[in-house]
Unconditional design. Structure first.
Length: 200
């Protein structure tokens, strides 16, 4: 048995279909390479180990989500816009819209921008209805949830916040090891090691 490592996560109470049904839904929203003119692309990908879109594990299943995003620093955009403004002014042109210049600059920068790839793992406990998403960055886990809703038609969710500094995962794990009351750990429904890989 091998435990699946997650360093930080957000937990949702969610109603998801069975693994087989979900896999058919996720086939409709696969990850596709980011287009030259786009800033972001995301979708579901096969598990790196099993090659499955939905990987069954003890008590639930795993899904994998990929996000590709072009790196466009705000400072770089501002520099390029100011450069274009100065060039126009040198040519004696004052009749321009800064917002339009910014839009054009971003379009051109997207063509040469580097791409950052993020792989998000989500583990679902069927009986408890808990969805563990391996990122605390809101735009990322919202992209995953939005894609699940789009694929399944509807997904009822409720967020469990456990990533605050005072009572984060590390603190709760330490409390669990020290046999502290459930309220100081993960409550009565959650405990470390819920998700395990079954190895043959």
């Amino acid at each position: 048995m091998k435990r699946f490592p997650i360093t930080s996560c957000v937990i949702f109470k969610a109603e998801l279909p069975s693994a087989d049904v979900l896999e058919n839904h996720l086939k409709e929203l696969p990850f596709v390479d980011i287009l030259e003119s786009h800033s972001i692309s995301y979708g579901f990908i096969p598990n790196k180990i099993t090659g499955e879109l939905v990987t069954p594990i003890e008590g639930g299943y795993i899904i994998t989500f990929r996000i590709d995003e072009k790196i466009l620093p705000k400072a770089a955009i501002a520099f390029e816009v100011n450069r274009r403004i100065e060039k126009l002014k040198e040519q004696g042109i004052d009749d321009f819209l800064e917002a339009e210049l910014k839009h054009i600059a971003i379009e051109e920068m997207l063509k040469v921008a580097l791409t950052k790839t993020k792989i998000i793992t989500a583990l679902y406990h069927v009986k408890k209805g808990f969805l563990f998403v391996s990122t605390t960055r809101k735009p990322d886990h919202q992209a995953l949830l939005g894609s699940l809703v789009k694929a399944c038609g509807t997904v009822k969710t409720e967020t469990f916040h456990i990533d605050d500094a005072k009572n984060g995962i590390t603190t709760r794990l330490s409390n669990h090891i020290d046999n502290q009351p459930p309220a100081e750990c993960f409550g009565h429904d959650l405990y470390p090691g819920n998700f395990l890989f079954a190895t043959t």
